[in-house]
Write a protein that binds this ligand. Structure first.
Ligand code: PEP
Length: 250
């Protein structure tokens, strides 16, 4: 099965409104012909509406970096899936490692958010990945298996078909230490095998698994040459229009 790659930019807590508009002024023409993949930019919430406006009429889509699982209510500081949809976004990152590390995200919270995102008509990108100690202790597969099953347990195969997975080894995020294509490919193969066991062969062959962690224009080709890598989740290098366009147009 041919899987259309996803190239997603996670802007984290970077860019003002003016910087957001400036980015798209430069980025849009650079990817106008890049129909080989889906392009997603996840800016801070306050700039989502501007990003949606700036990408109207292009094939660039936008997403949230997080959401809450309740539909509405007294949850100060949170936003819902319906709010993301209403602003025109179609994607949402769930359980990014920085959310796990700094904001108490757990597999169980991620599971509720994935279900709520699907309910709102969003495509969740569920992030999993081991930290350096876990890799050095030989526990990578155990960690990935636990995160994966914890986040998607209870989903039907049909629901699972609507989500994407991002494998992001924490030791490679924002560190400049990209996983070698072979290391990344090994983890992706393991994740796809787990998907096969949990949801069956069709889900495994159609599930898109992105790699994230210090992706740059000069390492994207080696990563994308791996058969189980279906795109990239890019932090730092997505902030610059030229560099993210080079990644998209690998
Ligand atoms: C990320 O934010 O998901 C990420 C992978 O960051 P970076 O590309 O900067 O390592």
């Amino acid at each position: 099965m041919r899987r259309i790659p996803i190239m997603a930019g996670n802007w984290k807590m970077y860019k003002t409104l003016a910087e957001t508009c400036d980015f798209f002024r430069k980025f849009n023409p650079l990817v106008a012909g890049s129909t080989h993949c889906e392009i997603v930019i996840c800016p801070p919430f306050v700039n989502l509406q501007a990003a949606v406006g700036a990408t109207r009429g292009t094939h660039i889509e936008t997403g949230g970096q997080n959401m809450f699982w309740e539909k509405e209510g007294a949850f100060t500081g949170e936003i819902s899936g319906a709010m993301l949809r209403a602003v025109g976004s179609k994607w949402v990152l769930i359980a990014h490692s920085e959310r796990r590390q700094y904001f108490g995200e757990t597999n169980e919270k991620a599971r509720k958010k994935i279900l709520a995102a699907l309910d709102a008509g969003l495509t969740p990108v569920y992030c999993v990945g081991e930290n350096l100690d876990e890799r050095q202790a030989g526990a990578t597969h155990e960690v990935l298996g636990t995160q994966l099953s914890g986040g998607v347990t209870g989903l039907t195969a049909d629901q699972f078909l609507k989500i994407a997975i991002a494998y992001e080894p924490c030791w490679a995020i924002g560190t400049g230490k990209v996983a070698t294509p072979e290391i990344a490919a090994g983890a992706h193969r393991f994740i796809r095998d787990q998907v096969r066991k949990q949801f069956g062969a069709d889900a495994a062959s159609s599930c898109r698994i992105l790699y994230g962690g210090s992706v740059k224009p000069d390492n994207i080709r080696g990563l994308m040459a791996q058969p189980d890598i279906d795109g990239a989740l890019v932090g730092g290098a997505s902030l610059d229009p030229g560099s993210f366009a080079s990644i998209v147009n690998f």
